[in-house]
Design a protein around this ligand. Structure first.
Ligand SMILES: NC(=O)c1ccc[n+]([C@@H]2O[C@H](COP(=O)([O-])OP(=O)(O)OC[C@H]3O[C@@H](n4cnc5c(N)ncnc54)[C@H](O)[C@@H]3O)[C@@H](O)[C@H]2O)c1
Length: 377
């Protein structure tokens, strides 16, 4: 791909994660991504990002973004209620789209998006991109190489401190969508399903353990709200490939439950499902040893590189190949959250209907490394 032909992308939704995560990391891959402009229903938020970049347009409306023939793709960083309508509008306008997770509130909506993208031959991708981390890819390669023998079990969690204590719009997250499992557990679920493919059935307990909350930060601090979606989920996972798993998720407090642990007959790997550069541990199956093993030299510094998913998406547009962080995998993860709720209601394990083709492992030279590789040659 030509280093002079980056994909022109507009960020829609210029809040916390656009500012602190995506914008700086998209700007880190100028050979693939050109941040063409910004739109937010709160214009000041879009203007702030434009000021940081020192370039790009600030649009007055989503219609103006979608009518701009220069715009090739949108990056949907709105909150959950905006994911489906904004992505659908973009696809209908002929723009490629990459969304923050969850891809939509329901798996039926995700089906609609996938059909629309396919019909129009557009690329559709969805966060999280944590499976693309150097450490997450490295562990996957070592599992495939047999380093822990035959994998049989995977444990994961996303247990975050109470959302209202650190997010100014916590009420939006806890009153929209399916549950904490749709918004927060995509991190461990995404890496688990990247390694082991789709889940055939789940058995879950979805509850609300902190039923009354009050925003502690931001301009609306002091506002009380009542979550309307489960804030706490414990789920058992039965993968189609035969692997069994367990997930712990909550916006109710920190936990030491493994964030991601893959157990095999010869040992186990422990790796962060979200951040890169946090280290890889190898747990012996035959002794009591737990060792830190070397991480790939390039591991990102103790954080998620939000730009990698977009860099891969842009590369997929230019090469007309599959997007690694696929809409199909994102739909499967929404369905898992829905089935946890169903299982809670029925008290029974529930089968999943969606399937997806796991991503291609990232090769020796990743799209985001291409400029450096070209410079070395
Ligand atoms: N904050 C985090 O730590 C974090 C981490 C990972 C993922 N995410 C995901 O990123 C998304 C955004 O989260 P955030 O924390 O940045 O939220 P936020 O509330 O800080 O920002 C969202 C922004 O989107 C704008 N917006 C909402 N609907 C819109 C619409 N229809 N059109 C235009 N603008 C719209 C809002 O005005 C706001 O500026 C969420 O889906 C969240 O799950 C957030």
């Amino acid at each position: 791909m030509s280093a002079t032909n980056p994909v022109r992308i507009v960020i829609i939704g210029c809040g916390s994660i656009a500012k602190g995560g995506y914008q700086p990391r998209c700007l880190a891959y100028p050979h693939l991504i050109s941040l063409h402009g910004y739109f937010d229903q709160n214009r000041a938020a879009a203007e702030e990002l434009q000021k940081v970049a020192g370039a790009g347009k600030v649009y007055d409306s989503i219609e103006a973004v979608l009518a701009d023939p220069e715009v090739e793709a949108i990056l949907n960083l709105t909150t959950i209620a905006g994911h489906f309508p904004v992505t659908l509008a973009a696809l209908k306008a002929g723009k490629h789209a990459f969304s923050e997770k969850p891809i939509s509130i329901s798996s039926q909506e995700a089906d609609t998006l996938i059909r629309e993208a396919a019909a129009r031959k557009l690329k559709l991708g969805c966060a999280p991109s944590s499976s693309l981390g150097y450490e997450q890819q490295n562990v996957w390669a070592r599992i495939r190489a047999g380093e822990i023998g035959t994998p049989h079990t995977v444990l994961g969690s996303f247990a975050c401190s109470r959302l209202e204590c650190w997010h100014p719009n916590a009420d939006v997250f806890l009153t929209n969508g399916v549950s904490v499992a749709a918004d927060a557990t995509p991190y461990p679920l995404c890496v688990m399903t990247t390694y082991f493919g789709p889940i055939a059935r789940v058995f879950g307990f979805a509850r609300n353990v902190v039923p009354e909350r009050t925003l502690q930060v931001g301009p609306r601090a002091g506002t009380a709200f009542t979550p309307t979606i489960p804030d706490h989920v414990i789920g058992m996972l039965d993968f189609a490939c035969g692997i069994k798993g367990m997930l712990y998720a909550g916006w109710s407090g920190q936990s030491d439950f493994p964030r991601l642990e893959i157990q095999g007959t010869e040992g186990a790997f422990s790796v962060h499902p979200h951040n890169d550069g946090m280290g890889i541990r190898l747990l012996s199956a035959k002794t009591h040893d737990i060792a830190t093993v070397p991480s790939p030299a390039k591991s990102f510094a103790n954080a998620l590189d939000w730009g990698k998913g977009i860099a891969d998406f842009a590369d997929a547009i230019r090469r007309d190949r599959r997007v690694r962080c696929s809409a199909e995998q994102a739909r499967h993860i929404v369905e898992i959250a829905e089935r946890f709720n169903e299982s809670t209601r029925t008290g029974l394990p529930v089968a999943l209907t969606s399937r997806f083709e796991p991503m291609e492992p990232v090769g020796e030279v990743a799209p985001w490394d291409m400029v450096q590789a070209a410079a070395r040659n």
